[in-house]
Design a protein around this ligand. Sequence first.
Ligand code: PNS
Length: 155
Amino acid sequence: MTTALCPGSFDPPTNGHVDVVERTIGLFDRVVVAVIDNPAKEPLFSTEQRIGLIEEVHGDRVEVTSFGGLLVTHAREVGADVVVKGLRTVDDYEYENQMAQMNRHLTGMETVFMPTTPEFGFISSSLVKEVAKLGGSVSGLVPDVVDRALKERLS
Ligand code: PNS
């Protein structure tokens, strides 16, 4: 059985994240989505809220965890064989490739890059938050449950 780990901030989960996680579910036997727990970054949604939103979107087809230390340590804890990351842009590649090489250096953990579906290529959690905070519509950019949570959080 091969286990894939999809890590991220997910603040909030977007349709870009959903695309990558769903395609990962189609490729691997077991998928763990890991939410980084980093209070210093002052996320809009708590770690528990982000976990809840991901669980609502993907149901029991994924396990959702959180972690606060090294990604490779958490990967070992959950029995992951590979880390899966979505790539949108060349900038993403530069950043993600450096992290992938560091993670491989640390424990031998391999990373698989998944090119984002083009229609989701411009979506990021930070832009979604900016648009929502400024009163714009994020419908179609995030799952409905996240759209509702954003409206509630920002009202
Ligand atoms: O959604 P994001 O913000 O791009 O996710 C980035 C994340 C959480 C996957 C990344 O910051 C991470 O792996 N953090 C854990 C810290 C770590 O392991 N650092 C050293 C290896 S590069």
